[in-house]
Design a protein around this ligand. Structure first.
Ligand code: BG6
Length: 514
């Protein structure tokens, strides 16, 4: 069968080869986007949809429907989408691709509780079916605060939109946060579960859409080199860092009361931990991968003393990129007495035969020294000290660093003899960098994930059990923090509060300087 390609898609000589290996192109479908006026839609989702079209991965029978309160006509929404695409898309702008895509763009104005608006939505998608041949396949993307999910899913059921007919499908995509603790996550799930079967629910954790995160599995299980030393016999500890240089920006309303741990540890960082700690899945199927991740998450243990094994901070004013920046409490929309943490560090264990006794240190923060996400396996020292202390003074521990972003790749740090007459050993690096090894740029996480939703491919989406296990890990920590004082202040542009460094120092270790 000849593949459907958007006219004018950028010709790629490798495509025919790649496609034979991996024919991953969306079939006819409509993506209904709730929350189109939000930041996520503008900066990530709409550009990703365009990028998919530009790469020839969306069929001509594709439609995009925006739903929001704004008093817009189809053209207004198309215009907003056009601006977002021009500003944020990864691939070059092509008028012909945009024209083809925008012919399938519709907008429905309304409130979420308004039955009539949803009846309009149902009519609009049916008309799109007829106009564009979208096959009656609909994905509903809820880029909305979770408190609005119940209203939307009930409306989808009431208006008949949630119900598939014949061979057509219905899928619902939900953005994090999936609740704010275990209980609320379960309540939220019950609402969604009532209307959509589990295989139709796609929970987005955009970290899983990143090439470098998927590469953790390739690195571990497609090679023989790493697995033999990927355990307690060789690894001293693991550090998982997600540092951001930005502050809370325009997201005060979302962020305050949520904080760093709920925002990214509950999902992104614990998913990274699961991928590093899990055993090899039987296959690359969704069920096999999720089962192994769930086992790893079930084995996670908390520090005995939550006061000593965790740290949290809040950024104070400081300097970033040569400019002075305000502290969290001075940010617009943040209450002056907020105790929301913008930095969190947690020491966890993974109680399995592979990892018993190996600490996993997780840290994240806003307004840190620079933007970097990495996973570092820090290895034990050589058991026999053949060289003198003086000779190895500048030798650190061997480490394998999975560089998730922005400098995507893998680094191996080990000691090498310094040229010269003495036996001096110093750290050197061996680097794999995506940019140098591959000619194709990595797609954005949302391109991959939206495509997977339209194809119906679930391995990169956490299932409810994973979400619940992650809350079980975080809930006791959040409860402890809620009862014990305020986060410590740290100067913007530095690497977090003193308590985070003390946490490491107590174990005779230190955070890597990424
Ligand atoms: C989001 C968080 O999930 O991830 C944000 O809600 C954070 O607070 C963002 O800024 C970072 O994503 P990335 O892909 O830039 O690391």
């Amino acid at each position: 069968m000849k593949e459907p390609v958007m006219p004018g898609a950028v010709p790629n000589p490798l495509r025919s080869v790649l496609d034979r290996r991996l024919p991953r192109i969306a079939g006819p479908s409509v993506l209904v986007l709730f929350g189109v006026t939000g930041d996520l839609a503008r900066k990530k989702l709409l550009p990703a949809i365009y990028d998919l079209a530009n790469r020839g991965l969306l069929p001509p029978g594709f439609g995009l429907v925006g739903f929001a309160r704004r008093d817009w006509a189809d053209q207004d929404f198309a215009q907003q989408a056009h601006e977002a695409v021009r500003k944020y898309a990864r691939t070059p702008f092509r008028e012909d691709v945009w024209r083809q895509l925008s012919e399938g763009v519709r907008f429905v104005q309304g409130e979420l509780h308004d039955d009539e608006a949803f009846d309009n939505l149902a009519r609009t998608v049916r008309e799109l079916d007829a106009d564009r041949g979208t096959g009656g396949n609909y994905a509903f993307y809820l880029s909305l605060p979770p408190k609005l999910f119940p209203t939307v899913v009930k409306q989808l059921r009431r208006s008949g939109l949630a119900e598939s007919r014949g061979d057509s499908w219905r899928r619902v995509v939900i953005e994090k946060p999936f609740g704010h603790n275990l209980e609320s996550a379960q309540e939220l799930n019950a609402v969604v579960d009532d209307v959509f079967p589990p295989q139709s629910v796609f929970r987005i954790d955009h970290y899983l859409g990143k090439e470098t995160v998927q590469n953790i599995m390739a690195l571990r299980f497609a090679n023989t080199l790493f697995e033999p030393i990927w355990n307690r016999s060789y690894v001293d500890h693991v550090q998982i860092t997600m540092a951001e240089d930005i502050g809370v920006g325009g997201r005060a309303g979302y962020y305050d009361g949520i904080g760093a741990a709920r925002d990214v540890i509950q999902n992104h960082l614990l998913q990274l931990l699961a991928l590093v700690a899990m055993e090899e899945p039987l296959s690359f199927t969704a069920d096999a991968i999720r089962a192994e991740k769930e086992k790893a998450l079930s084995a996670v243990t908390l520090p005995e003393d939550l006061g000593l094994g965790t740290a949290r901070g809040q950024y104070a004013a400081g300097w970033q990129g040569g400019a002075s920046v305000v502290g969290y409490l001075e940010e617009e929309g943040i209450p002056a007495d907020s105790i929301t943490e913008t930095y969190a560090a947690i020491k966890l264990g993974v109680n399995t035969r592979r990892w018993a006794g190996v600490p996993f240190y997780l840290r994240t923060g806003k307004r840190l020294g620079r933007r970097v996400t990495e996973v570092a396996l820090v290895f034990q020292r050589a058991p026999h000290e053949m060289f003198s202390r003086v000779e190895t003074e500048e030798l650190g521990a061997n480490s394998l660093v999975l560089r998730i972003q922005p400098d995507e790749g893998v680094t191996l740090r080990f000691g090498s003899k310094v040229p010269g007459a003495s036996m001096e050993v110093r750290d050197v690096s061996m680097d794999f960098t995506y940019g140098e090894s591959f000619t194709e740029a990595s797609p954005e996480a949302y391109e991959r994930l939206i495509l997977d939703v339209l194809i119906g491919d679930p391995p990169l989406f956490p299932r409810q059990e994973e979400v619940e296990l992650s809350w079980k890990i975080l809930d006791p920590i959040e409860e402890y923090w809620a009862k014990n004082g305020r986060p410590e202040q740290y100067e913007s542009g530095t690497w977090g509060p003193p308590s985070a460094h003390e946490l490491m120092a107590r174990d005779g270790r230190q955070w890597r300087r990424p």
